[in-house]
Ligand binder design. Structure first.
Ligand SMILES: C[S@@+](CC[C@H](N)C(=O)[O-])C[C@H]1O[C@@H](n2cnc3c(N)ncnc32)[C@H](O)[C@@H]1O
Length: 229
């Protein structure tokens, strides 16, 4: 599904989340009438994608981005009837139990869900039994926290290293709670990073040296999907 390039470039906050959402949801039976939580939606690119492609109702929730700014973006791109902008901390979800048919989270979950209990104790309760779960985040090919390669030391900060983990680290946080659980490196890993690095966002410019030095050796882009038991 196409997106206006200017809109995309203005609103990316990391690796191309439009591309990530395309791959992440490709095999999922999302449809009109579903209530989808987009957790850590940033400037709402993935919310726009879900509303436009699947016609679902999206609750676009973010901490750093102002809800009015997102609402104006949703009006501009023609999805304000389908997407509800919200601003709150994902650590405390203001929803009724078993409210959502699906949750999607792109390049955000590692900020608030990087522990043993977030998925089971905070996110699971607001999902219906049978809800679709689709999450993607940057991570590592293997755990590097205690053996950071010398050349990467100036390019990775400690805070990021607390959040970027391997597939094996993430797996046990989800697998007991999901049927049809799948977790893997994303096919769009390289393309999603390149689209981000090519835009003139100052954070993208800063990331160029990191990705160049890493050169596909340590960093990863991980996707996981499943159905809530
Ligand atoms: C790198 S941005 C990605 C945004 C968007 N999903 C995308 O891919 O374009 C990370 C997002 O995570 C959100 N975030 C971080 N911690 C959060 C929290 N505790 N609750 C809700 N959102 C959070 C931030 O507000 C930010 O917009």
């Amino acid at each position: 599904m196409n997106i206006d390039k200017k809109f995309l470039n203005e609103n990316m906050m990391g690796p191309d989340s439009w591309l990530i959402a395309e791959e992440l949801t490709a095999a999922l039976p999302l449809k009109e009438g579903m209530r989808v939580l987009d957790l850590g939606c940033g400037r709402g690119l993935t919310s726009v994608f879900i509303a436009k492609k699947y016609g679902a109702t999206v609750f676009a929730a973010d901490l750093w981005t102002d809800a009015t700014e997102n609402y104006n973006r949703f009006i501009e791109i023609g999805v304000s009837d389908k997407v509800i902008p919200l601003q709150f901390d994902a650590l405390k979800l203001p929803f009724a139990n078993e409210f959502f048919d699906a949750v999607i989270s792109v390049d955000a979950y590692h900020y608030f869900g990087n522990n043993d209990t977030y998925f089971s104790d905070v996110l699971c309760p607001v999902l219906k039994r049978g809800a679709l779960v689709a999450i993607a985040f940057p991570g590592m090919k293997y755990e590097v926290k205690d053996c950071v390669p010398k050349e990467m030391e100036p390019l990775w900060d400690r805070e990021a290293l607390e959040m970027w983990h391997s597939i094996d680290w993430w797996k046990p946080k989800f697998e007991a709670h999901l049927d049809n659980f799948k977790i893997s490196e994303m096919d769009c890993f390289w393309a999603a990073w390149q689209n981000w690095l090519a835009c003139d966002n100052p954070y993208a410019v800063e990331d160029r040296e990191m990705i160049k030095t890493d050169n596909g050796r340590f960093m990863n882009l991980i996707k996981l999907t499943g159905v809530k038991k």
